[in-house]
Design a protein around this ligand. Structure first.
Ligand SMILES: *[C@@H]1O[C@H](CO)[C@@H](O)[C@H](O)[C@H]1NC(C)=O
Length: 225
């Protein structure tokens, strides 16, 4: 009997005029987490037009996704923990179906962990640090659409091979806040240390200024060894 009902249902669906079975009509709640502060190149004001354009294109394109209603909601992620707090606050009412962003590493990390736990996909142009490559556990639901720092580091590996270089000294500015330089060079360090001798020096130009003499002395000393 249930079998008979489903056959009838298929026939009935098949007879519906003008609707292809591929078009799914569904509301998708999208939480966009980006900083409001316009000094970031990925601020809400800069990125929102692209997202709205993509939404329009999907709608008028008439493709398989034209039935989706993407309901966008923008939250200020700032560049730190604010992102996690707005995800949790927001999810008390209703969990989003999709998260776009955050970009900053420290904003993205807790959001992606929480979202992965809740089975919510996260798409980000950031979160480029090497730690996010762990797709087995806590960052399982993250898709990064820019090349990660580890990927970028392959360029350096290729240069080392080409020029037959043997060791590297990595000097980076660690601001102890967003730590973009730290995460960038971490990828290079992880990649190069597989084959080459790699040492690093961290400086904090905000607190200590830049003392080039110290760095040059350090290089001389390490070469003397
Ligand atoms: C925006 O970010 C910049 C750079 O991090 C900071 O100097 C500035 O104070 C921020 N502005 C606001 C309104 O928070």
């Amino acid at each position: 009997m249930p079998c008979y009902i489903s056959v009838c249902l298929y026939i009935w669906l098949g007879l519906l005029p003008g609707r292809t079975s591929a078009t799914v009509i569904e509301d998708i709640e999208v939480l966009v987490m980006l900083p409001k502060n316009n000094s970031y190149m990925f601020s809400i004001a800069r990125v929102a037009p692209a997202i709205e354009y993509a939404k329009q294109r999907l709608k008028i394109g008439g493709g398989v996704y034209s039935g989706f209603n993407f309901n966008l909601r923008y939250e200020d992620s700032n560049c730190g923990n604010d992102a996690l707090f707005s995800l949790v606050d927001r999810s008390c009412e209703k969990k989003p179906d999709l998260v776009l962003g955050p970009v900053c590493e420290y904003a993205a990390a807790p959001v992606v962990r929480m979202a992965s736990h809740w089975n919510i996909p996260v798409i980000s142009t950031g979160a480029l640090a090497s730690g996010f490559s762990d797709k087995e556990k806590e960052y399982s639901h993250l898709t990064r659409i820019s090349p990660s720092y580890l990927k970028m580091a392959e360029t350096f590996s290729a240069m080392f091979r080409h020029f037959n270089w043997k060791d590297a000294l990595l000097i980076f500015d660690d601001d102890k806040e967003e730590r973009n330089c730290y995460f960038t060079l971490e990828g290079v360090h992880l990649k190069l240390m597989e084959e080459y001798q790699t040492v690093h020096i961290a400086i904090n130009t905000k607190e200590e200024g830049l003392n080039a003499d110290d760095i040059i002395n350090y290089i001389y000393e390490s070469e003397g060894q």
